[in-house]
Design a protein around this ligand. Structure first.
Ligand SMILES: [Zn+2]
Length: 181
């Protein structure tokens, strides 16, 4: 049961990991923007140049030509440099580190809050579980192979002539029922 849960979680994690790879690579060719357009509030996420930016915009007053409430997606080529845009707009940075930034700004029509984060840490985090799963799978296979071949579980030394401990590394010799399992 636990092994199954681990496998399921690893598969989900792998899916996320592959998604970050696709987004990361794609972001160097086009920017993707996914928006929720409300009457007063617009919230969205941008994928661009190896970064994800989460944005909320509160409009000071709902303009009459404001788009209706709906989801909106569009892609732009070449990809936008979101941090440079914030600079050009004169927004105020509260955090500004290499690849990580938070800023906010106000003009006559809106108040914006933005967070810019790199994608690669997400890739690393989501890669951990699939990597662990692969390692445990490989070690289970190796163990099974060694047992089947009558070898030591620790070092693979041929134990067919030994009864107590492996003469090479001292690992106890697997019991008969264990070796046939
Ligand atoms: Zn051994």
């Amino acid at each position: 049961m636990r092994r199954r849960l681990f496998a399921l979680a690893s598969a989900l994690s792998l899916l996320l990991c592959l998604t970050t790879v696709v987004l990361g690579v794609r972001g160097h060719f086009v920017s993707d923007f996914l928006w929720w357009n409300g009457r007063r509030l617009t919230a969205g996420a941008f994928n661009s140049r190896g970064h994800v930016q989460v944005t909320t915009r509160h409009f000071v007053s709902a303009a009459p030509n404001q788009p209706p409430r709906r989801w909106e997606w569009f892609a732009e080529h070449p990809p936008r440099d979101l941090e440079a845009e914030a600079d050009r707009n004169g927004w105020t940075f509260s955090v500004r580190l290499p690849g990580i930034a938070c800023w906010s700004g106000t003009d006559t029509t809106l108040v914006t809050h933005d967070v810019l984060l790199p994608i690669w840490p997400v890739f690393l985090l989501t890669a951990i579980m699939p990597a662990l799963w692969t390692v445990s799978r490989l070690s289970r296979r190796r163990r099974a192979r060694r047992l089947a071949a009558g070898g030591c579980l620790g070092c693979g030394y041929d134990l067919r002539a030994s009864t107590d401990r492996c003469p090479e590394c001292g690992t106890p010799v697997p019991r008969r029922e264990e070796s046939s399992a």
